[in-house]
Design a protein around this ligand. Structure first.
Ligand SMILES: Nc1ncnc2c1ncn2[C@@H]1O[C@H](COP(=O)(O)OP(=O)(O)OP(=O)(O)O)[C@@H](O)[C@H]1O
Length: 487
């Protein structure tokens, strides 16, 4: 796994320079691990969300979508286990006061060992870490850090505090704040899933859903991440695309395997080669899971999680039933072949697929970003091109009159009018055509058409293809069709 920090930094700068992603509140020097999507980033993000929604909801008769509120009754997070368990073990360096997530600190050391050719030691270290994490053995983790002489990157010392748990949920006050009573305390959801669980029966009944069925949702989630220096990979406010699939108890293994395969198929369908992906099975399972894995993508910062697939058992529904004292059960009148009688009442099991929108944006950007040297013997030349699949490109078609006169803008405007109701177009008449092409390459526009004097004679334009930079003459009335076909 080659990490390429230069490439990563180049992508971050490019995103800012070309209106994809800005640090939040930048005029106040930004806010840690919070980002804003600009004019092209928001289009890209929306296209990714639309694609996910289409493939998960529109293409599955037994999956429906909802849009639940971010604020939820505070008991939700007691029932879900987040108040007690949603925390990461952290450690502080006493000299620099810098705080680390223990697993990140140890993983960085393992990476270092691997780079030094000490593959075996690296693997042993990670294995020991997994065992200690799984056992919640904090003293053991501290000893592991000390024994391996893992130093703070700032102070370069090995002078550590004890390992402690920090809850990652943000809280705020809800309604009139009259006292310091706990009742006013409310959390910003750290995952979208709970909005689905508490609505399970509402949707099942009103939608007349039959098990197995899924509920999907796209929405914001908030986590007070401690280590947050990885651009949109790890944000404190981010977006998730989740689907909870409700199934009969005992069938979870089969459905877990099913969704693992389905989701990998979805990723490969993005046009990303298989060697850029791998599964990573969880050794330390989250408090709700009986099996879990990540789909990891080979980012410029190495293989990292984009999506999690979790077999969540009946943990969530069972706890909501207990805390709310409302029955969250399903009556299954299919016949159980073992007894010849209906399966009857039960709390469904759940397999979930949970993918981060922002990590998907970062994956698509990483895959698309290319710096090309186009120099010839005569002159030096280069370009940065974002080779997005056409369906994700913020702008599909740029319409460029060669000059700002002679009736060419008028022709270009009629093309614009013909196409803008079908897909996002961009009209531009400033600068040389070469410069305009480069700008469109830099934001990933797959097609540019140039209107020139010949267009007036024979109703044709030059179409230029982003990836090959090839140009050809096509009739004006074919433009719409060509673009629509590509997206
Ligand atoms: N802080 C974050 N910033 C951006 N995306 C996130 C963040 N936390 C989680 N996600 C996204 O939500 C998905 C599902 O969340 P999940 O709880 O499984 O993540 P996680 O295992 O806690 O991630 P990590 O181990 O990287 O913190 C992740 O696969 C990821 O794409």
């Amino acid at each position: 796994m080659a990490t390429d920090n230069n490439r990563f930094q180049a992508i971050i700068s490019h995103c800012k320079e070309y209106g994809f992603i800005f640090p939040s509140s930048e005029i106040y020097d930004g806010l840690g691990a919070v980002y804003d999507y600009g004019q092209w980033g928001s289009e890209l993000k929306k296209n990714i969300k639309d694609h996910w929604w289409k493939s998960m909801v529109q293409m599955h008769e037994n999956i429906v979508g909802i849009d639940a509120a971010i604020f939820m009754h505070p008991t939700t997070w007691k029932a879900s286990g987040h108040v007690d368990n949603f925390s990461d073990p952290m450690i502080d360096n006493k000299d620099s006061n810098k705080r680390y997530r223990v697993d990140h600190l140890i993983e960085a050391k393992a990476d270092e060992l691997e780079k030094e050719g000490q593959q075996e030691q690296s693997e042993i270290l990670l294995k020991e870490m997994d065992t200690l994490l799984a056992a919640n053995d904090f003293d053991g983790l501290k000893t592991l850090i000390e024994n391996n002489k893992i130093n703070c990157s700032v102070s370069n010392t090995c002078n550590w505090t004890d390992v402690r748990q920090f809850n990652l949920m943000f809280s705020t006050e809800f309604g009139a704040v009259s006292s310091e009573e706990e009742e006013n305390k409310i959390y910003l959801r750290p995952e979208t899933a709970q909005g689905i669980f508490v609505n399970f029966l509402n949707v099942q009944k009103t939608g007349r859903m039959k098990i197995p069925f899924g509920i999907a949702q796209i929405g914001k989630a908030f986590r007070n991440e401690i280590v947050a220096r990885q651009f949109i990979f790890r944000m404190r406010e981010f977006e998730q695309m989740e689907m909870q699939f409700f199934i009969r108890p005992g069938t979870q293994k089969q459905w877990y395997e099913h969704w693992k395969a389905e989701r990998m198929k979805w990723h490969l369908g993005l046009g990303i080669p298989a060697e850029k992906y791998r599964f990573h099975d969880h050794v330390k399972l989250a408090h709700y899971a009986d099996a879990a894995c990540d789909i990891e993508y080979d980012f410029p910062i190495g293989f990292k999680e984009v999506e999690g697939i979790h077999s969540r058992t009946d943990f969530d529904l069972k706890n909501h039933q207990e805390y709310s004292k409302k029955k969250l059960q399903y009556f299954d009148n299919d016949i159980d072949p073992a007894t010849g009688k209906p399966f009857g009442n039960y709390i469904p099991y759940v397999v979930e697929t949970s993918i981060g929108v922002d990590r998907t944006v970062m994956m698509i950007l990483s895959e698309a970003y290319e710096e090309q040297d186009l120099s010839t013997d005569e002159k030096k030349d280069s370009r940065v091109v974002l080779k997005f699949p056409a369906r994700f490109a913020p702008i599909k078609l740029a319409i460029l009159p060669l000059v700002k006169k002679d009736g060419l803008p008028e022709i270009a405007r009629t093309i614009m009018e013909d196409c803008m109701g079908h897909f996002r177009c961009f009209y531009e008449e400033k600068d040389t055509i070469g410069k305009r092409y480069r700008r469109m390459d830099a934001i990933g526009t797959p097609f540019c058409v140039t209107v020139d004097h010949q267009s007036k004679e024979d109703n044709t334009v030059t179409i230029r293809y982003r990836d090959t930079m090839l140009q050809e003459r096509i009739p004006i009335d074919k433009i719409r069709e060509i673009v629509l076909k590509a997206i």
